[in-house]
Design a protein around this ligand. Structure first.
Ligand code: CIR
Length: 250
């Protein structure tokens, strides 16, 4: 499930990077290419139209958590992003019967939620708080998921710092999250010189990552992964990457 880039993307939220001019038309082309790559990898894509008044709405990952058995509508930490949830919820209700909602005072961005099998790691970040983590744990307990709060530092979301390459292995940026919190997994670290390289999207057995982290990509190739790349330079200027532009339904 993807949403086309808003023509207002230049007005996006930014927290840990400086503002640079964003070429909305180029961002739209890069996003269209990303969607085409998802299709090539075998995904059937539900493509939602762009939202002219919601600059960050291409980053659909932050608005909904998709599980096999249910969906959870988030309550994004940035006020400007709250209307994105209303804009997507009808579609979510078409694909999931059980839909829960994070309520105030909870705030949660989907970028803070990393699911690996039945383990759900949630970043306690500038955007996501303990109240939301507690609500999420209550929603997920009946379905057999275990929720773990994880502390991040210096980055926007947990998935800026760590993503899963398979159910046993994570790719991690040690400056932003402690390795010890993922001691149950094999850990591959990003290359020192590629600060933002930990955000990798899993589509089936394939991995997709931005094309400007060649050293980290080489580590993944050396470890035996199949890793495609995509140019998302304009989306990176909006503090986005590859996981945030889609919601995977299966
Ligand atoms: C924001 O600050 O909310 C957006 N400009 C970027 C969100 C990226 N989301 C993600 O990585 N999950």
């Amino acid at each position: 499930l993807c949403r086309a880039v808003s023509p207002a993307i230049a007005d996006c939220e930014l927290s840990f990077i400086g503002r640079e001019p964003i070429d909305a038309a180029k961002a739209q082309r890069q996003h269209a290419n990303y969607v085409a790559l998802l299709r090539q990898l075998g995904a059937e894509v539900i493509a939602l139209p762009s939202e002219p008044d919601l600059p960050d709405s291409v980053f659909v990952e932050d608005t909904v958590l998709m599980f096999d058995d249910l969906a959870v509508l988030t309550r994004p930490g940035a006020l400007s992003r709250r209307p994105e949830v209303a804009a997507i919820q009808q579609t979510v209700r078409q694909v999931r019967e059980i839909v829960h909602e994070i309520q105030a005072p909870g705030t949660l961005d989907g970028g803070d939620v990393l699911r690996i099998g039945k383990q759900v790691y949630v970043g306690r970040s500038a955007r996501s708080n303990q109240a939301a983590i507690d609500q999420l744990a209550d929603f997920l307990r009946p379905f057999g998921y275990q929720v773990h709060a994880v502390v991040t530092r210096g980055c926007l979301h947990l998935k800026s710092a760590v993503t899963a390459l398979d159910d046993e292995t994570v790719l991690l940026q040690p400056r932003w999250v402690d390795r010890g919190q993922f001691a149950d997994y094999r850990i591959i670290e990003v290359d020192d010189t590629e600060e933002h390289a930990a955000n990798v999207l899993r589509v089936g057995d394939d991995l997709l990552m931005p094309d400007n982290f060649p050293r980290t990509r080489q580590r993944l190739l050396d470890a035996g992964y199949r890793v495609g790349t995509v140019d998302v330079s304009e989306l990176q200027k909006a503090e986005g990457a590859v996981t945030c532009c889609s919601l995977l339904l299966a």
